[in-house]
Design a protein around this ligand. Structure first.
Ligand SMILES: Nc1ncnc2c1ncn2[C@@H]1O[C@H](COP(=O)(O)OP(=O)(O)OP(=O)(O)O)[C@@H](O)[C@H]1O
Ligand SMILES: [Mg+2]
Length: 249
């Protein structure tokens, strides 16, 4: 459960560059809900995700995650619940390290003490099993450096890393925007599969109307720092790509 109450964030307040990125946002997200956020450039979509992740702290309002009031918590304190995937496939991983070392690093970062991480065959086997879920053959390339993989392969691995340490919430900020159409489709399908399989609460930002129509259980349209529309339930499930196209105009 994620609850945002009256969240506002203004950048560069009191200067000519002042931007009201989030204005009095109220949003309740249930467990296992999959929200798709759409809206024009600069409408506040990434700011909303950043506020949930703790990479920006709101000026006012309250954020509650899993029953904890986390409004002033820095991102690392929330990272036990939250995994993120960004537009840039190079952002989530370290190029010079092997696949397996990237997974070790991710495990250390989220500080799962119960997990034995070292040069441990059990850890490696677990990583191999998880990566095999992708069906991309990457489980046989554990010692290969991440830098030699394509953007799509990296995004797929970042997805798996996200669920390695029992994150409950997955935030996806245009995860397939930098990928070719076919790879983009594969990554979105994998993401959807992982979200369902691991029962994640998820928020996807996308500009791709086909993805808006295909994924998630709720669609939110942002406009100038506010939630302009919020469609869920039966109303959402009846909507087609054409409806979404008309809705945006
Ligand atoms: N760290 C920051 N410092 C100053 N201004 C910022 C910062 N982050 C965001 N903004 C501004 O806040 C507004 C909302 O930005 P945000 O990144 O949330 O938009 P967005 O909806 O994600 O857009 P896009 O579709 O282009 O990714 C924009 O005007 C942006 O320039
Ligand atoms: Mg953005």
């Amino acid at each position: 459960m994620i609850e945002l109450t009256n969240i506002s964030k203004t950048f560069n307040a009191g200067t000519p560059q002042e931007v009201r990125a989030l204005i009095n946002i109220n949003l309740n997200i249930s467990n296992e809900e999959f929200i798709v956020i759409v809206g024009a450039n600069g409408s506040g979509k990434s700011s909303l995700l950043n506020a949930i992740a703790g990479t920006i702290i709101p000026d006012s309002g309250k954020i509650n995650i899993e029953g904890n009031e986390v409004t002033d918590w820095k991102d690392f304190r929330r990272s036990k619940w939250i995994a993120r995937i960004f537009q840039d496939p190079f952002k989530g991983t370290a190029s010079e390290l092997s696949i397996i070392d990237n997974f070790r690093l991710a495990a250390i970062r989220t500080k799962r003490k119960s997990l034995s991480i070292g040069i441990n065959s059990k850890f490696k086997e677990m990583v191999r099993e998880r990566i095999a879920l992708l069906g991309l053959g990457l489980e046989d390339k554990l010692e290969q450096s991440i830098g030699t993989l394509s953007g799509g392969q990296r995004q797929a691995l970042t997805l798996i890393m996200a669920v390695m340490d029992d994150a409950k919430i997955l935030l996806l900020d245009e995860p397939s925007a930098a990928l070719d159409p076919k790879t983009s489709e594969i990554i979105m399908q994998k993401a959807d599969q992982i979200i369902k399989e691991f029962k994640l609460t998820s928020i996807l930002i996308t500009h791709n109307l086909k993805d808006v129509a295909s994924y998630g259980s709720r669609v939110i349209l942002m406009k100038e720092g506010t939630i302009a529309s919020d469609i869920k339930g039966e109303e959402r499930s009846k909507m087609t790509i054409k409806d979404f196209q008309e809705w945006f105009l």
